[in-house]
Every structure is written in C-alpha cells, then in structure tokens.
Write a protein that binds this ligand. Sequence first.
Ligand code: MG
Length: 397
Amino acid sequence: MILHIDMDAFYASVEEREKPELKGRPLIVGGRPEGRGVVAAANYAAREFGIRSAMPSARAVRLCPDLIILSPRGELYSRFSRQIREIFRRYTPLIEPLSLDEAFLDVSGSEKLYGATELIGRRIKEEIKSELGLIASVGVAPNKFLAKLASDHEKPDGFTVIHKDQVHAFLDPLPVGRLWGVGQSAERRLLHMGITTVKDMRKKSSDFLEQEFGGIGNRLWQLSHGIDDRPVVTDSEAKSISHETTFVADITNLETIESVALALTEGVCFRLRDAGLLAKTVNLKIRYHDFSTVNRSKTLEKYTNGTLEIWNTLRQLISDLLANRSFSVRLVGAGVSNFGENKCLETDSTGQVDLFTNFVEKNISGQDEQKQDQLDRLSDEIRRKYGKNSIRRGKSF
Ligand SMILES: [Mg+2]
C-alpha cells in the first residue's frame, strides 16, 4: 500500500498558524491585485467565496472585498516542509515529493516495526498536527494513482483508505476528467462518445481506447481498472525535479509569469538541496492558451543548488522566449535536471557560495545528516544576521 500525504491549504495554513488573529478570516497568499498578481494559496474561509489558487488576485478581491492578502514567505514554507519531511523520515526513506506540501510514501519496509500502512498514515497525520499545528489529508491505497485520489476524497482533514476490493467501487462514479492524462480536449471527446464516468471507460476495451486516443489509450484503460505500477521514486533517484502552475485565467504579462516562476524555482531548489543534489541543467516549460507547449533548457558550466543562479538562468530562458512579444500563457513550469551528488560542502545549503563559503567551512566539515541539519540552521541564521536582501530575489510574487 502507498500513502499520499497532502497538506491542506499549506501556505495559508502556515500563515494562520503564525498569525492566529487571522484564523478563520478569508485570506490568500499571493501577489497584489494591482500588480497583476495571482493567488498562490487560499484558506478555506476564502474558498467559500469561490477563490482558488492560480486565480488572478484582482478577481479574488472582487469575489471577497474583505480579503486579506499576504505576500508569500518561501523560506518559512520551506522550513515547515522540511519539518514535515522529517516526520515522514521516521517511517521511511522512500519519499517522493510532488511539491513542498505533498508526497508519496512507500512505508512497506516499516510495517513490521510500526504496523500496517494505514496505521502509519494515521500516526503521521497525528504527528504533523500535534508537532506542527498543521492539518494533512491522507490517502492510503494500493498504488500512487489511487492514493492521490484518496487523499483528495475527504479533504480537508481527510483520511481515506481504498482497499484492494474497493478499487472499482471507488473509481466507478468518478468523472473521467479526474484520470491522469485526461486534459480538456480528451475529456470533451470522451464526453462526446458518451463516456462520462470511469465506469463507462472501464467497459471499453484497451484496443478501442488505443484506437481512439493513441499512446495514452492503454494508460486510460489501466487507470480505469485502478492499475498503476509506478514505484515511489525519491528525489535523489529522480532524473529531474520540477514544479508547475496552471493558471485559472490565461496570463498575458511577463511580470506575473516571472513572479510565479520564481516561487516555483524556490520550491524546486529546496527539494534539490533537501535531496543532497546539485544540478547542471535548468528547464522551463510554457504552455500557451492553445495548449501548444514549449520546453527550453540551459546547461550551466558547473553544478549548482543555488536558487539565485538557477533563477537567473530560468529568468533568461523566460525572457528569451517571451520578452517583447504578446502571448497568452496557461501554464508555467520550472525544473532542474542533469544531477550530480553534493559530495563536498562547497556551498552552504542556500547555495550562496560567494558570500558565505568561508564562514560555513570554518564552522562545519563532514556531511552526515546532523551536520547537514546544523548547516541549514546556520544558513538561516546567516540570512537573518546579514539581512534578507543578500539572498532574497528581486521579486516576491
Ligand atoms: Mg496541498
């Protein structure tokens, strides 16, 4: 069985925890409406007004004039993300993060020690709540595809188990749009054929689906039967790490795209450092309103895990692609690949080699986990001491 753990309204919940006086009031974390910002996260009070993440902040304010808008604090969320991951690590090293607030866990190796996957899921949910004051929704299922659907099933504060003999009953009523790989155009075609639920799709043969949908046809058949053989892949085994955002409304200005891409980059770089990796290639993905997608990459001369260097590279890719022209963008993705292991401590964990190398080297050598941890705290200290501006990127959302 696989666990999928997904924090509820993560950024917004962290802010509510830090500022209890705001708890229960509609709030978003995101860009200013007058600066053409977008919503990065909305708490549940804000969602009652129809506000969703990736929506323009200006629209969110129209929906709820009393909305509280907070600027994102990437470092704060990364810190909580690290603490959440430390709770996961009590039970397994097999963690596949999908973002700062979401991960698959394979705990099958720990079942002898801690009990069935379901029990471990309950413990993790409880420990996140009691130690960090945050709520996670948990899905427990035979594979990744089902576990992700399960964690979403009773969100927020959900805990859903899908046992092997319940798979069809769980999947059958779901609309086909919930299956991975079914985008808007595939969904329209399926609906047109009278295939509206997973049950309708399950009745079709694999041949039929392949004929109609080509390469993804077989996968659709498998998913509709609840089959998904993909293993849990940790960041250190992965070939790339990337985050992406699909906008609620198409974005036509560079500033918004840059600010969202920067936030994505910070998350990606956190995961890179957390996995003890360095990367050489920076990847940009842009999808336009007509669903055409372009990928652009740049390979650096040296390996790095520094947010600033990776961001500068990505920003150049964005500007080469989009500056001085008109565009309408639906999705932006930031990623890194071409990994090398972070064997020597040339960099502190924030990747700010130039400024802090000496300081860090003097204080720390070796790289067991405890030291790495110490190093992280140290770099946070440095950051506080020497000011955020030395590290903060020019734009915050
Ligand atoms: Mg979440």
